[in-house]
Design a protein around this ligand. Structure first.
Ligand code: UT7
Length: 319
């Protein structure tokens, strides 16, 4: 049976770092409140004119370099983003042109902070079916542009960035199982309901969130999704080498780790330095742990995302 393996990772963070101390000087918040509620100390923010496809380009180039593949090898590009450069063409098409890829398919997926799980699981189906051989899967966001920087309940939580992987057809198993979920009846608890219509912005162009409802939903959904993935792969939590969760809140991450039964030292966390970068958060954290050689060949890795929709999902793989 054909399989799909990740053969390279890359990531990119914009240069500008916004610390909690800087936010303290701008709005009514404190480093102590942000750190104790979320674990976030700083986040990166894209420069004016720096677009999602630019962040994606840097992350994708690094992933392709680490995989040892060139533009001629990539025949599928999937970009997970909630902050596309424009309404159309898709950011994946813009990225394809920037990379000089001339063949194959390119499209975006929109599952907010679960976007990378949706994109990776989708790419896995295309690659294992044989329709495509070598996929570039990217999570890239400029979430800072969806924030009301005067709203302390939301602006302290998010940041910008991009992460990417190259997924290639292989004889050896890489991705073992995935599950994706959605509950659209919860769309109101985390959303940006604005849009463009008849040349005007309709609705609110800024992110709105019922933090506690999102928190409760995330913990329940991620626990169920992890159990589903472990059962499907026939493995137990103690066999997992690494958990790379969505980086939204250290309290959610620790709570899932405890429920699943994973010691903290097997959990990859970047939330302190990156904040919540939505669809970019998991591939950013994955790349960090691959590059510093925490994740080693043959190890079992569980990736998880949760976000607006509500959406959530898990991908379990052997590195
Ligand atoms: O990808 C998924 C994305 N989202 C998430 O994962 C978010 C999930 N939710 C959370 O992480 C938490 O609910 C938050 C971190 C967003 C909020 O923490 P909380 O413990 O649920 O706080 P809260 O919303 O109940 O607010 C407690 C207090 C309020 O003051 P009062 O009404 O008790 O006087 C807020 O106004 O904290 C206040 N507050 C702040 N204070 C200082 C809210 N934001 C801030 C702030 N600085 N930045």
């Amino acid at each position: 049976m054909a399989h799909a393996r990740i053969i390279g990772t890359g990531s990119y963070l914009p240069e500008r770092v916004v610390t909690n101390q800087e936010l303290e000087s701008r709005i009514d918040t404190s480093d102590e409140w942000i750190v104790s509620r979320t674990g976030i100390e700083a986040r990166h923010v894209a420069a004016d004119g720096e677009m999602t496809s630019d962040l994606a380009f840097h992350a994708a180039s690094r992933a392709m370099q680490s995989a040892g593949v060139g533009p001629q090898d990539i025949d599928l590009i999937i970009v997970a983003t909630t902050t596309p450069d424009m309404i159309f063409p898709s950011t994946a098409c813009l990225l394809q042109a920037k990379l000089g890829v001339k063949q194959g398919a390119a499209f975006d997926v929109q599952a907010v902070c679960t976007g990378f799980m949706y994109a990776l699981a989708t790419a896995n189906l295309y690659v294992t079916s044989g329709q495509h051989r070598c996929a570039l899967v990217v999570g890239a966001e400029v979430f800072s542009r969806l924030l009301d920087w005067n709203d302390r309940r939301t602006c302290v939580l998010f940041g910008d960035g991009a992460g990417a992987v190259v997924l290639r057809r292989s004889e050896e198993p890489g991705i073992l199982t995935s599950n994706l979920h959605a509950d659209g009846s919860l769309s109101h608890i985390l959303r940006v309901d604005g849009g463009i219509s008849h040349g005007k912005i309709r609705g609110n162009p800024f992110l709105e969130m019922d933090g506690q409802a999102v928190y409760r939903t995330a913990v329940r959904a991620l626990d169920d999704s992890a159990t589903e993935a472990l059962n499907a792969a026939g493995i137990t939590a103690d066999q997992l080498d690494w958990f790379v969760p969505h980086q939204a809140n250290i309290r959610i991450i620790n709570s899932i780790a405890d429920k699943v039964g994973l010691p903290r030292e097997r959990v990859v966390t970047t939330v302190a330095r990156h904040g919540n970068t939505s669809a970019a958060s998991v591939p950013l954290a994955l790349d960090a742990a691959v590059r510093d050689q925490r994740i080693k060949p043959g190890q079992l890795v569980m990736l998880q995302g949760v976000g607006g929709g509500m959406t959530w999902g898990t991908v379990l793989l052997r590195w």
